[in-house]
Design a protein around this ligand. Sequence first.
Ligand code: ADP
Ligand code: ASP
Ligand code: MG
Length: 396
Amino acid sequence: MLIVQKFGGSSVANAQRIRNVAGIIAESFLYGNDVVVVLSAQGDTTDDLLEKAAELNRNPSKRELDMLLTTGEQQSVALMAMCLESMGLPVVSLTGWQVGIRTDAAYGSARIRRVDTERLRRELDARRIVLVTGFQGVNKYDDYTTLGRGGSDTTAVALAAALHADCCQIYTDVEGVYTTDPRKVPAARKLEEITYDEMLELASMGAQVLMNRSVEMAKRYGVELEVLSSLVRAPGTKVKEVVKHMEEMKITGIAKDEKVARITVMQLEDKPGTAFRVLNAVSKAGVNVDMIIQANGRDGANDMSFVVADQDVEQAQEALSAYKHVSVDKSIAKVSVVGAGMMSSVGLASLVFEALNDEHINIQMISTSEIKISCVIDAASADRAVAAIHRKFFEN
Ligand code: ADP
Ligand code: ASP
Ligand code: MG
């Protein structure tokens, strides 16, 4: 079998953890499998590098930032290679450039365009364990790019797809995908399996266990994922197209995103084309918006609110500089309930509202889709909201 294994930052945080992971890799390899391993930077390395950059320049060019951030993953693969060498195992570590992971030019949030498999195949044919830096690629200028936070997941899926791997294992610091973040809600339950669509929504709504783009790519190329712990031996969670018991599982999980802000544009003219002009300006700046609300017009004027990612606030404000009355509220959080059964059971939405009402948490914005309900609330109440909704759905 050809196995792609990805280990996140906490799984390789120090020498002891690296030895532990080396044991997992060695076992798979000695079993006779071809093994390609994707590693993240150790522990908080990526954050530390960002801090170092900020000490010298509040606004560094994205090219240089990527040049810096890619070094974190390079350390991990080299250290892991040394550890495996010390165990007498044949191994080679490769950067995104050496593999030939080609991306578009968008520094900091690059998308993978193509993965060369020639070097990978050659190393596998020579019966070596291949270690690849996660989170990075090279653009058409032969410059390093990074894929966005959590991007090593996407590297792993891209390699699994390109190599037609038999399985893609995402090792992390929890035992799988849970009904909600098990570090915040101890009663969270591990899911045996979850569909790509539900996982994609959970990931996009803030469940950081998988990067949403990795799930999107896994669905597109039919790469089945298993999320599991690098520290505890236990079956993890399978992420796939169709799962058993789908009918029964109305709600799959709850996610929280605190890295969002609400932008309100006030006193807009109440006439055709106004919403288009506001939202078009924002989208032209490359900013995604959701949960758009237009308040009832009074005296021929309207207010419009929408939610953007924290990191996009400045760009959105710039794009709206032609509007006089724009306000930004960063003290919000978005809590989302995801489940394929959402559409067919009207009562589920009211259960969410009831849970928030029980806790006297005010809902500022609501959006619903076939597969999820999201509520914007005060950030300070977010953890309490998630716990309350979890109790309503999963703890009785
Ligand atoms: P890695 O470094 O391995 O990529 P991450 O920190 O990116 O790990 O993701 C794992 C973390 O995701 C867990 O420690 C957990 O706190 C968080 N998390 C949030 N939501 C969920 C969920 N529904 N199921 C499992 N983990 C979750
Ligand atoms: N090291 C990168 C990050 O911290 C990529 C990853 O961990 O997946 O975002
Ligand atoms: Mg991660």
